[in-house]
Design a protein around this ligand. Structure first.
Ligand SMILES: CC(C)(COP(=O)(O)OP(=O)(O)OC[C@H]1O[C@@H](n2cnc3c(N)ncnc32)[C@H](O)[C@@H]1OP(=O)(O)O)[C@@H](O)C(=O)NCCC(=O)NCCS
Length: 168
């Protein structure tokens, strides 16, 4: 059977359409899995040995910058998504290449205390300690110590309230 040019084009178009549909069907679950994985996987910048996560802590996709200090997340502390914990900084009195590389190696540690909730898109700059069972509201900028049981929020974060402790 002879196939003319138009029929050839139609066959090619049909094959391309089916291949595209098949590729999409096979890729969709892989993409969904990759997205889920990304939401559960912390991103670590710097020496991983300076990051101390308690096995019961949940940090989701947090960004940990370890350039200028250690980061400790204590037991049962947990994060929303998109939290950034930064120890790194640059010397603003320097310029050009010197500012780029003018990063202290230590001195800006961050500790997230037991049971603290650091909620979605919070940004925490070291050095600071977030006290046990404190809450950091969504989108806040923390650049100083947070007392235990405090609820803090805003840019920069301020104490909004204090949680009443249950009698033990
Ligand atoms: C911190 C939080 C838990 C407080 O909830 P709440 O106790 O119900 O607080 P309220 O809504 O009564 O607000 C109390 C005060 O805090 C302020 N506030 C609440 N959230 C704030 C935020 N993200 N930033 C700044 N201020 C905030 C309110 O404006 C209010 O101030 P006012 O008394 O001057 O009006 C909540 O606001 C929050 O940020 N939740 C995070 C949600 C999230 O990230 N979920 C994902 C799952 S991890």
């Amino acid at each position: 059977m002879d196939v003319d040019a138009q029929q050839q084009q139609e066959i090619v178009a049909l094959v391309e359409e089916r291949v595209a549909a098949e590729v999409e069907a096979r890729l969709a679950p892989l993409v969904a899995e990759a997205v889920q994985h990304a939401l559960w996987s912390p991103r670590v910048y710097g020496d991983e040995r300076k990051l101390h996560l308690h096995p019961t802590a949940v940090v989701n996709d947090a960004l940990f910058n370890l350039s200028s200090g250690e980061i400790t997340v204590e037991e049962y502390a947990f994060f929303g998504h998109g939290v950034s914990i930064l120890t790194g900084t640059h010397d603003i009195t320097l310029f050009d290449r010197e500012r780029q590389v003018g990063v202290p190696k230590s001195g800006r540690d961050v500790v997230i205390g037991r049971g603290a909730w650091v909620s979605t898109n919070a940004l925490v700059l070291g050095p600071c300690r977030i006290g046990e069972h404190a809450v950091v509201a969504a989108g806040s900028l923390v650049r100083a110590d947070v007392p235990p049981y405090a609820v803090v929020g805003g840019v920069p974060a301020r104490v909004l309230s204090t949680i009443t402790q249950r009698p033990s």
